[in-house]
Design a protein around this ligand. Structure first.
Ligand code: NAD
Ligand code: DAU
Length: 338
C-alpha cells in the first residue's frame, strides 16, 4: 500500500510514521506536512533515509499542489492528521483553524475522490461531542452522541468530520473516521498540558493549572492510538466512525501531582490561573465498538505510560529544549501574560 500521511511531522503523526514503518515495512509512506510551529522534522531524524519513506513540505489547503501530488504519487490510502490542534490557540485566532481543518480537509477529499483513493481516514477527536458533567461518571461518549462543540478548534474538527461523511454519502468516497481522547507520549509539543507541566517542573517553574484543576480528561498513550488507526485502515467499515479511548480518566490536578511526584518536585509549584474560556469539563470515551468489531485493546495503563513518557522527556531534553528556545517562548509569554 502507498499511504499518504498528512501532518506526519506533528506529535501523533510522527508516532504513526514510526509505528507503520516498524509494523508494515512492506508499505510505502509519504509524509506531507507544512511544518507549522507544531511540525518538527527532528522527530523523524531516525527514519529520514528509510527506503519506503519520503517527506514533502506542503499545505493541505493548497489545491493545485495537492492535486499534482496525488496525480504523481497514486496513493492507495490517505490518513489525515494535519490540523491546527491546540484549543487555546483557537480561542486567540480561530481563522487558521477553519482554513486548515475545514478547507484543507475538503481539498484532500476532492483529491481522494478525483484520483480514486481506496481509503480516506480522518483523524478526529472526542472534542466534537462537547463535554460531560463532572457528577455523572456513568456517562460516556459513544459514536451516537450528538456533535455539540465548545471551542473554535472542536467546531472546525466537527465541520471536517461532516464533510468527510458527506463525501462518503454523496460521492461514495470510502472513508472512515476515528475520534480519540487526549493523547500523551513521546514528541508531544510542550504547549499541551502534560509536556508543558513536565518541562516546567524540571526547571522549577510555576505550573499554570486552569480554574480549580478539576476538569477531567481521558488519557490514551499515543502508540495505542496509532495501533487503533492501523486496525481501522485494514478492517474498519467504510462510512463508519470509531471512538478510541482506554478508560483512563484523571482530573488535571491528579495528572500534575503525578508528574511532580515522579520528578520529586514540590506541589508548591502549582499555580491556579484564570480558566480557559468555554473550558470543557469532562471527556470520557466508550470504546466498545472498536474493541468488539476490530479487537483493539490499549496496551498501556496510564501509570505505565506516564512513567515512560516522563523518562522519554528526561532522556530527550535536546528535542524539547530546541522548541523552548525558539519562537514558542514568545507564544508562552503572550498566552500566560508573563
Ligand atoms: P500537532 O499540532 O502536534 O501536529 C499537527 C501537524 O500538522 C504539524 O506537524 C503541522 O505542521 C501540520 N500541519 C498544520 N497545518 C497544516 C497544513 N495546512 N498542511 C499540512 N500540514 C499541516 O497535532 P497532534 O496532536 O499530533 O494531532 C494530530 C491530529 O490528531 C489532529 O487532527 C488532531 O485534531 C487529532 N487529535 C489529537 C489528539 C491529541 O490529544 N493530541 C487527540 C485526538 C485527535
Ligand atoms: O480530547 C482530544 C483533544 O485533546 C485533542 O483533540 C486536542 O488536539 C488536544 O490538544 C487535547 O485537547 P485539550 O484541550 O484537552 O488538551 P490540553 O493539553 O490543551 O489541555 C488538557 C487539560 O489541561 C485541559 O483541561 C486544559 C488543562 N490545561 C492545559 C494547559 C495548556 C491547564 O490546566 N493548563 C495549561 O497550561
Amino acid at each position: 500500500m502507498k499511504i499518504l500521511v498528512t501532518g506526519g511531522a506533528g506529535f501523533i503523526g510522527c508516532n504513526f510514521v514510526h509505528y507503520m514503518l516498524e509494523q508494515h515495512p512492506e508499505d510505502g509512506i509519504v509524509n506531507l506536512d507544512l511544518l507549522t510551529y507544531a511540525g518538527n522534522l527532528e522527530s523523524l531524524a531516525d527514519v529520514e533515509s528509510a527506503p519506503n519513506y519520503s517527506f514533502v513540505k506542503g499545505d493541505i489547503a493548497d489545491r493545485e499542489f495537492i492535486m499534482e501530488l496525488f496525480q504523481k504519487e497514486n496513493f492507495d490510502v490517505v490518513v489525515n492528521f494535519a490540523a491546527e490542534s491546540h484549543v487555546d490557540r483557537s480561542i486567540v485566532d480561530p481563522g487558521v483553524f477553519v482554513r486548515t481543518n475545514v478547507m484543507g480537509t475538503q481539498v484532500l477529499l476532492d483529491a481522494a475522490k478525483e484520483f480514486g483513493v481506496k481509503r480516506y481516514h480522518q483523524v478526529s477527536t472526542d472534542e466534537v461531542y462537547g463535554d460531560l458533567p463532572l457528577d455523572r461518571k456513568d456517562l460516556f461518549f459513544t459514536e451516537q452522541t450528538p456533535l455539540h462543540t465548545s471551542s473554535p478548534y472542536s467546531a472546525s474538527k466537527a465541520g471536517s468530520d461532516l464533510l468527510v461523511l458527506a463525501y462518503c454519502r454523496t460521492f461514495g468516497l470510502p472513508v472512515t473516521i476515528s475520534r480519540c481522547s487526549n493523547n500523551y507520549g513521546p514528541y508531544q509539543f510542550p504547549e499541551k498540558m502534560i509536556p508543558l507541566m513536565l518541562t516546567r517542573a524540571l526547571a522549577d517553574e510555576s505550573l499554570p493549572v486552569y480554574g480549580k484543576g478539576e476538569n477531567v480528561r481521558d488519557w490514551l498513550h499515543v502508540k495505542d492510538h496509532c495501533a487503533a488507526i492501523d486496525l481501522i485502515l485494514r478492517g474498519g467499515k467504510v462510512g463508519e466512525v470509531y471512538n478510541i479511548g482506554g478508560h483512563n480518566e484523571r482530573t488535571n490536578l491528579e495528572v500534575v501531582r503525578t508528574i511532580l511526584a515522579a520528578l520529586g518536585k514540590p506541589e508548591s509549584l502549582i499555580h491556579f490561573v484564570a480558566d480557559r474560556l468555554g473550558h470543557d469539563l469532562r471527556y470520557a470515551i466508550d470504546p466498545k465498538k472498536i474493541e468488539k468489531e476490530l479487537g483493539w485493546k490499549p496496551q498501556y495503563s496510564f501509570d505505565t505510560g506516564i512513567r515512560q513518557t516522563i523518562d522519554w522527556y528526561l532522556e530527550h531534553k535536546e528535542w524539547w529544549q530546541h522548541i523552548l528556545d525558539g519562537e514558542y517562548s514568545n507564544y508562552f509569554n503572550r498566552m500566560y501574560k508573563l
